[in-house]
Design a protein around this ligand. Structure first.
Ligand SMILES: *[C@@H]1O[C@H](CO)[C@@H](O)[C@H](O)[C@H]1NC(C)=O
Ligand SMILES: *[C@@H]1O[C@H](CO)[C@@H](O)[C@H](O)[C@H]1NC(C)=O
Ligand SMILES: *[C@@H]1O[C@H](CO)[C@@H](O)[C@H](O)[C@H]1NC(C)=O
Ligand SMILES: *[C@@H]1O[C@H](CO)[C@@H](O)[C@H](O)[C@H]1NC(C)=O
Length: 958
């Protein structure tokens, strides 16, 4: 028997060799890019299993790159099988989704394997079997056992018993979306024996379900659209790879280039074009732009530095063809023929939704498979040939966007060079009937124009109109980027590049205005926001910025509220805001509401922007029911970034709350903070809110219901707060109509342990205060901030409060008693509680509390007994007078007194009191940094003296 240790080592080093190079498209030996040199941690996060969207990746990029910047805890690639803090369930199967086609997930898989093979991570695993679906596809008709399958892919393990209990084994199935086997998870064929033969799809389903090798770890990666092929009960964790966020984009360019000033120039160029910088979310796009920009910026070349997507990809193609021309002399096809054939392949496969092709697909496009190396030589880095481990060859473009660019190039060249309309060619291939052709168009005008089914060419701009309609027709947006490229290629500078390459024979003159006009017509008809956003990108590619510039001008000059915006201007506003350089952290409706549209209309227009913002301020806008319904739909959306929403001052009433809660209760809703101050909510609305939170309890942390007429309803919410399952931490109520019930609710609010309690303006009265104090004195009560402004608290109530502070002194940090009639008696009683050295109160607000000299004596004495904690004391608007201030100063002069803010404005202080303060500060100069003496009658001389004293420089207000 072989030495198992040696076999394992060989296995490891084979994997290391296979995975240490990030392919980055380079297939030639001399230009290997080592993965470890440029690997930038991708953003992987836990996601909810249900959260699967069928949209085309490219469409999700904009939201994704925003989310990457804001979202929760990232998981390091090597930790994806590790339990998160607080979770201890074992994780057997992880499903990782990732947008943007080939690239991100595969890179993460490579990095994971490399770290393992180099002995850095996950060393409790002894064997990792990477089995990309694109390679397994080649075995789809075979019948064999799992054991045989592994020996085919990993012959070196033949010598040892890989299934023995000694080894922890992991399988990595990369690219579920590329799977061409029919995985039937409902099938009853149960397979438990690794030596039993079955079809490959049965082997895989049994392995994934856990019938075969139940203790093996399984990692599956997939594009979102295919992720639900695996039933969710077989998956223990779903993660998402999100591509680069903004700092990671920059890190990539810095790591890649040894010349930092070049890297800086590349970054600043990309940042200057918003649409390019957004695309850098895709790592492969970063690689493409780095290749192009390094070349163009380092040569002192006069050529135009690419500013649009089409320019970038066309320059990239040029670079690849130039590399090839220097490398291969003898070639069968001309560049033109080769690009054309590959474009055809790209386009036909794009139409079918395929990203991975096999030999037969190539043959169909007239690409000679035996000459594949020369073809891959033509565009080494565009078209990549993956040698399967087993047999046969798998092909793909380096990235979906490269495929989309070549597909557009094919349609463009077919029209110019060959006078062929590629769209109709495809239709003819599919044997579609003429009547089907009608259905594919969305525009009536267009329908009548093209009612004759014809292969002959219309004008160039008619081809464009056709493409626009094809893209609009696509449900998942699979032609969006293709359309951008197709329109971009018609721009003269791009045509010139193609002519230089001799790919395009002649110039095609055409009237760009017609295309622009057509796009504007479509925008005016306001298709879905996603579609019109793509159409604006198209206008950008065509170099038509007029609408966007107009809107930018209105935004800059602040006139946007005053103008009556047309429908297309409204869409342009959405586009400009969504792609604006400033982070859309905060959306503020009041910036856009003027006299031309009602706030409801403005809200409806800007919904996509609200959806992409983290925080939305919609307060005091007189919004009505229609808006609450719209907001509910934003909250229910799979990809809303909204976390913080302020609807205060809009009259929702209970019905509005109900409409709104349809969104709040949706599990997709991740709102964390909701402000509903003064919204006409009563107990009934409270019940609806509570019920919504019961359905979706994991996100909302803060709810503000101040200035609503709530009584019993409060209890419903505070009950939720008690339950540790709910995330609700802060509840704000006030203006309670205090009755016996209100007090009961209050007591319950406190028992549920909020850390912040605001009861301002509640007429608590003595009975309310007593109740409050009984709860406060319970050591389990952990209220840190207690706001009791203007609650009708009198001296008597202070006894209860002081007693609470004595019994449970260690939690309260901030106490606000402003605007209560405490008087000296009240303050003296309160100070009996503060004197306790265990009392850790730091901020005490006693403005407008009718305190005079006697109260000051009590405060000073409290400061002497317990000097360590109090930091801020606000005594504004009390009748302290000089006597009072002098008494207080006696407390301050204690060097242990750490007070750093003292507010004595409007306290009737004159020079005499001031002198006492100055003397106290001489004894204890270390702490006080802010002293507010404004509104007092101080002598001019004293003021200038104080002003010149360096000790007061920081915060003296006079
Ligand atoms: C590949 O390497 C050669 C020399 O090692 C260099 O001249 C060439 O520019 C490199 N190509 C790319 C695409 O980096
Ligand atoms: C809301 O309505 C009130 C009363 O009609 C009006 O005074 C106020 O200006 C309105 N506010 C907004 C933002 O439209
Ligand atoms: C969210 O995802 C689910 C599951 O795929 C889907 O059924 C639903 O329609 C999506 N909702 C939205 C608003 O996209
Ligand atoms: C101090 O209290 C007064 C009210 O008595 C208030 O107006 C002022 O804002 C307070 N100062 C600070 C800084 O909290």
């Amino acid at each position: 028997p072989a030495d198992s240790h040696e076999v394992l080592n060989t296995f490891r080093s084979n994997l290391k060799k296979k995975f240490e190079c990030l392919y980055e498209g380079t297939s030639t030996q001399e230009n290997l890019t080592f993965l470890n040199e440029i690997y930038t941690e991708l953003y992987i996060t836990e996601s909810e299993s249900g959260e699967i969207s069928n949209e085309h990746e490219v469409r999700q990029i904009e939201t994704q790159s925003r989310r990457a910047a804001t979202e929760d805890t990232p998981i390091k690639c090597s930790d994806i099988f590790g339990a998160l803090p607080g979770q201890d369930k074992p994780i057997r199967t992880v499903l990782t989704k990732g947008v943007a086609g080939i690239g991100n997930k595969t890179v993460s898989v490579k990095k994971f394997i490399l770290d393992w093979a180099e002995g850095k991570e996950n060393q409790d695993v002894q064997l990792i079997f990477p089995l990309p679906f694109r390679e397994i596809n080649l075995m789809k008709d075979k019948t064999l056992s799992l054991s045989d399958l592994l020996q085919v892919f990993f012959p070196e393990t033949k010598e040892i018993d890989i299934f023995s209990d000694e080894y922890e084994v992991m399988f990595i199935f990369d690219g579920l979306d590329e799977c061409r086997l029919s995985l039937d998870f409902q099938s009853d064929v149960r397979l438990c024996d690794v030596s039993e033969s079955a079809s490959v799809d049965v082997l895989l389903t049994n392995l994934i379900v856990g019938n075969l090798l139940p203790s093996a770890l399984i990692w599956i990666t997939s594009r979102p659209a295919a992720a639900d092929l695996v039933p969710s009960e077989c998956v223990h964790r779903v993660t998402e790879v999100r591509g680069f966020n903004d700092p990671q984009k920059e890190e990539y360019f810095r790591k890649r280039s040894s010349d930092q000033s070049l890297a800086d120039r590349i970054i600043s160029h990309l940042k200057s074009s918003r649409s390019l910088f957004i695309m850098c979310h895709i790592p492969v796009f970063c690689w493409i732009s780095a290749a192009v920009l390094e070349m163009m910026l380092s040569r002192a070349e006069s050529g135009e530095i690419p500013k649009t997507l089409t320019q970038m990809y066309t320059h990239f193609l040029t670079a690849q063809i130039n590399i090839k021309d220097t490398k291969y002399n003898e070639k069968k096809d001309t560049d033109e023929e080769m690009v054309f054939k590959m474009g055809k392949l790209a386009y036909e496969q794009l139409e079918k939704g395929n990203l991975i092709f096999y030999e037969e697909d190539l043959r169909e496009c007239g690409i000679d498979v035996t000459e594949a190396s020369v073809y891959s030589g033509l565009c080494t880095q565009i078209f990549r040939e993956e040698l399967g481990l087993y047999q046969g060859k798998v092909f793909c473009f380096v990235h979906l966007t490269v495929q989309e660019h070549l597909a557009a190039l094919y349609v463009h060249l077919s029209c110019i060079n060959q006078n062929i309309n590629a769209f109709d060619l495809i239709l003819a291939k599919k044997n579609l009937q003429v009547s089907d052709l009608y259905k594919r168009t969305v525009d009536d005008e267009y329908n009548s124009k093209f009612s004759k089914y014809s292969m002959s060419i219309y004008s160039f701009s008619e081809l464009h109109q056709r493409a626009v309609n094809e893209a609009l027709h696509s449900k998942n947006g699979h032609l969006d980027l293709f359309l951008r490229f197709l329109l971009g290629l018609s721009v003269e500078s791009n045509q010139a590049l193609l002519r230089d390459l001799k790919i395009q024979k002649e110039t095609c003159f055409y009237n760009k205005e017609e295309t622009v006009k057509y796009i504007n017509t479509i925008i005016r008809k306001s298709p879905s926001p996603e579609k019109s956003i793509n159409l604006f990108h198209c206008l950008n590619e065509l170099g038509d910025h007029s609408l966007m510039e107009e809107i930018q001008h209105y935004l800059k000059s602040g006139k946007v509220k005053e103008i009556e915006l047309s429908l297309s201007q409204r869409s342009a506003l959405v586009f400009v805001l969504l792609t604006s350089e400033q982070e859309m952290d905060m959306f503020c409706l009041s910036k856009y509401t003027g006299s031309h549209m009602t706030p409801d209309e403005v809200l409806q227009t800007l919904l996509p922007v609200i959806k992409a913002s983290r925080s939305a301020q919609l307060d005091d806008r007189n919004l009505t029911e229609i808006s609450f319904t719209h907001l509910a739909s934003v909250l229910s959306s799979n990809c809303s970034c909204l976390r913080d929403l302020d609807l205060s001052g809009n009259y929702l009433g209970n019905y509005g709350v109900e409409l709104f809660c349809a969104g709040l209760k949706n599990p997709h809703c991740k709102l964390e903070k909701l402000e509903l101050m003064c919204c006409g909510v009563t107990d009934k609305g409270c019940a609806v809110l509570a019920s919504a939170l019961r359905s979706n309890p994991l996100h909302l942390r803060e709810l503000n219901l101040e200035w609503n007429k709530l009584q019993k309803g409060i209890k419903l919410l505070t009950d939720l707060q008690k339950n540790p399952y709910y995330k609700l931490e802060t509840l704000r109520f006030n203006d309670m109509y205090v009755t016996a019930e209100g007090c009961a609710a209050l007591a319950s609010a406190l028992r549920s342990n909020p850390s912040h309690l605001n009861l301002c303006e509640c007429n608590l009265g003595e009975s309310g205060m007593k109740l409050l104090s009984t709860v406060l004195e319970n050591p389990h009560c952990k209220v840190k901030t207690l706001e009791l402004r203007n609650c009708g608290i009198t001296a008597e109530s202070c006894t209860a409060l002081a007693s609470a502070l004595r019994s449970n002194p260690s939690h309260l940090r901030e106490l606000d008693l402003t605007w209560n009639h405490l008087g000296d008696t009240g303050v003296t009683l309160l100070c009996a509680g503060l004197e306790n050295p265990h009392c850790k109160l730091q901020i005490l607000k006693l403005g407008h509390c009718a305190i005079a000299a006697e109260g000051c004596a009590a405060l000073a004495s409290a400061l002497r007994s317990n000097p360590e904690h109090l930091r801020e004391l606000n005594l504004t608007w009390n009748h302290l007078g000089d006597t009072g201030v002098t008494l207080l100063s006696a407390g301050l002069e204690n060097p242990h007194c750490k007070l750093d803010i003292l507010r004595l404005s409007y306290c009737g202080v004159t020079d005499e009191g001031c002198a006492a303060l100055a003397s106290a500060l001489r004894s204890n100069p270390e702490h006080l940094r802010e002293l507010d003496l404004s509104g007092n009658k101080l002598g001019v001389h004293l003021i200038s003296h104080l002003k010149n004293d360096p000790r007061y420089k920081i915060g003296l207000q006079l």
